[in-house]
Design a protein around this ligand. Sequence first.
Ligand code: G3I
Length: 370
Amino acid sequence: MKTSSFTKRSLITFVSVFALVSVLMLLSSYRVAGRKNATSEADTLKGLKDFYKGYFPIGVAVAPNSFEGAQAELIKKHFNSLTAENVMKPGPIHPEEKRYFWDDADKIVNFAQANGMKVRGHTLCWHSQTGAWMFKDAAGNQVSKEVALARLKDHITQVVSRYKGKVYGWDVLNEAIADDRDSTKIFRESPWYKICGEEYFAKVFQWAHEADPNAVLFYNDYNTENPVKRDKIYNVLKKLLKEGVPIHGVGLQGHWNVDNPSEQNLRASIDKFSSLGLKIQITELDVSIYSSRTDTVNIGFTPSREQKQIDFYKMIFKVFREKKDLITGVTFWNVSDRRSWLDRGNKKVYPLLFDENLKPKKAYWEVVKF
Ligand code: G3I
């Protein structure tokens, strides 16, 4: 059958128009993609705390010497909450029975107040970084339960009272639940537990509440996403809450790595602890590029490790944003990859959102792009 010239011209016109429209759509999609991925001038002026203004405060663990030079500017730009990495712990702040050392903790509180930041107190009772004097009498023998509890009460009362109205919340008790995979081993065999028994757990919260009734009181621990440990913590807190013990929140420390925890276990822990009516905070966030602390090969910050870290940070912050009504704070443990408590000799762990030159890493842009 002969095709008329009209039909031929119409066909050519249709194909030409279709091709032109396709090219234009392709160009447009590239331009949109480019704009979406491009970092706007406004984005570079904002800090983490600004991007998360409608969600929760973004904190960072600091030392008294953190507030020098460029690092001070980074802290002021990105964070609106501070935690003392070490200097508010029992040992550094109360080195002898009759001597407190306030200067370093005061520096952090003063910097926070001068810059409109909140302060999380860390920590009132722990098995580590606690003066040995707390458990010994003048002859070097172990003290009685009564003496140990009296000393602990005095410590908590003095420290919380000093920072009343300046420290909004405390990690009252840190890591008191056994890390053991044996579900029958509930409490860590710390000197506090060995000398005082289970009752010290409730007392430390009662004493902190008496010293500052407005302070938000947290139980703080790590591996809180492990189902066995999660259930131990849940059961202990549920019993204490039933007894009227003033516990207001759970600190999920968040010392995680590119392979752990799973999104499912993270969600399960946030949901389980919040089902007790407790506030949730991520209190010590860092994401090691190594799957386990014993990962001895010093792989370094390779592109594949970086991508795993980017994917992990993207996942956890998606979960945090979705659960913003349950989460009242996310605090990073250390400021940048320049120094992490996880670094061991020449094996750096690169766990944070800012690199060794204090510049945002690719993971940072994934955390703020939502
Ligand atoms: O202050 C002394 C200094 O005088 C001495 O010269 C030096 C010698 O090594 O030690 C200094 O103390 C160190 C202290 O940090 C302050 O820098 C201790 O050795 C060191 O063990 C201690 O490490 C801290 C660790 O807790 C102690 O367990 C880390 O910086 C700190 O990031 C880490 O933080 C804990 C949280 O509080 C609770 N959750 C786990 C987290 C990681 O362990």
